[in-house]
Design a protein around this ligand. Structure first.
Ligand SMILES: Cc1ncc(COP(=O)(O)O)c(C=O)c1O
Length: 375
């Protein structure tokens, strides 16, 4: 059975050109980057070239770029360091963050390390910047603001510059989970008032298990993982050499093809929106779906019926990969904390469809046809 993959916000397929760039480091170029003989030096050079390439694309300094195991580790590192090393005793975040952020801040709060406040959300799921300013203004402690750049479930995009300026005004540290935007949008970190951002290459056709942590040169934190002197003493352990090479290659390809790819993916999203509206009564779109939103994510609420409750399961039977709030497709999942935070309508079932450069309008027609039969 042919599969229709509409879950690209969860992960993407590996680009063959990325695999090709990685292959030598999975085979003959196996030296430990810390070894001083030529095998090792070759590996070290590959890592440092990857770092330079990533830094150049994001307009950062190579010394601000750290490679990690993924978005989760990067956010854990940044948030924990802000509290433990940078004196942030008050964390301001939102109810719609990824669990890599929300579970980290809840943990720190529970352990008594920091107070925790949640900024208000507007009806379309955007962050209420006035409320954010109020929280910052009234805080007696130094704040860490952690707000994601793009929401992985509903696609809403944050005005990262506006938040960064507020953080600068109130001397707060700003971390943004940019896992859904690095490799999808251009960045100019020299001009962006942010202390930490994160990335994961499997979201833009790179390998899994390799991530990015950008640490602005103005902040100095202690290592999160102790041991050897890798990543300039910040993250011990032999580097994921082929992963790092793959990360840089995937980012390079995504950047070179940004105009054409983003336009294509946006056209697929808009087409799916139009087709759903035309064929299924009662569909609604969650978040600011056709406004300030990721071009790759469309979150749809269907009227709840006996059939639609099993929608992910039924889509899977037709070879269609999409996702709900959690990875659970059994029909008894607890739904999404994001959808609950913005609307919480018990008579609807929410499904996230997320697209890549490989998707076509024919696939949309196929999926809408199956959905029409199911609802
Ligand atoms: C917004 C966001 N943050 C963090 C992560 C975690 O990234 P990783 O699985 O690479 O650790 C993801 C991936 O699911 C994500 O979508």
């Amino acid at each position: 059975m042919n599969r229709t993959y509409f879950d690209n916000a969860a992960t993407t397929s590996l680009d063959p050109a990325v695999l090709e760039a990685m292959m030598p480091y999975l085979t003959e170029k196996f030296g430990n980057p810390s070894s001083i003989y030529s095998y090792g030096r070759e590996s070290r050079l590959a890592i440092e070239n990857a770092r330079k390439s990533v830094a150049k694309i994001l307009n950062a300094h190579p010394a601000e770029i750290f490679f990690t195991s993924g978005g989760t580790e990067s956010s854990n590192t940044a948030i924990t360091a802000a509290v433990k090393n940078l004196g942030c005793r008050h964390i301001i975040s939102s109810r719609i963050e990824h669990h890599a952020t929300s579970h980290t801040i809840e943990y720190l709060h529970k352990k008594g390390e920091a107070a925790l406040s949640y900024v208000k959300l507007l009806p379309d799921g955007h962050i209420d910047l006035e409320d954010l300013e109020l929280l910052l203004k009234e805080s007696e402690d130094k704040c860490l603001v952690t707000l994601m750049h793009a929401n992985n479930e509903i696609g809403n995009l944050l005005n990262i510059n506006a938040v960064g300026e507020l953080c600068t005004k109130y001397n707060a540290i700003f971390h943004s989970d940019t896992v859904q935007t690095v490799g999808h949008y251009p960045f100019d970190l020299r001009k962006t008032p942010v202390h930490f951002i994160t990335g994961a290459s499997h979201k833009f056709h790179g390998p899994k298990g390799v991530g990015l942590l950008y640490i602005n040169e103005s902040v100095h934190i202690e290592p999160f993982i102790h041991g050897g002197s890798q990543e300039r003493n910040m993250r011990a352990g032999t580097e994921n050499l082929y992963g790092i090479v793959g990360f840089a290659k995937a980012l390079e390809i995504a950047t070179n093809n940004y105009e054409a790819d983003s336009k294509h993916v946006a056209s697929i999203k808009n087409y799916m929106g139009d087709q759903l509206k035309a064929h299924i009564k009662g569909v609604e779109f969650n978040g600011d779906a056709f406004g300030n939103s990721l071009y790759a994510v469309l979150n749809v609420s269907f009227p709840k019926t006996e059939k639609s409750e099993m929608i992910l399961f039924n889509l899977d039977i037709s070879g269609i990969c999409a996702s709900g709030g959690s990875a659970c497709t059994s029909g008894v999942d607890q739904g999404s904390h994001v959808i609950r935070a913005i609307k919480n309508n018990p008579n609807q079932v929410a499904v996230r469809f997320s697209f890549s450069k490989h998707n076509t309008k024919d696939e949309v027609d196929f999926v809408v046809d199956k959905l029409t039969g199911m609802i």
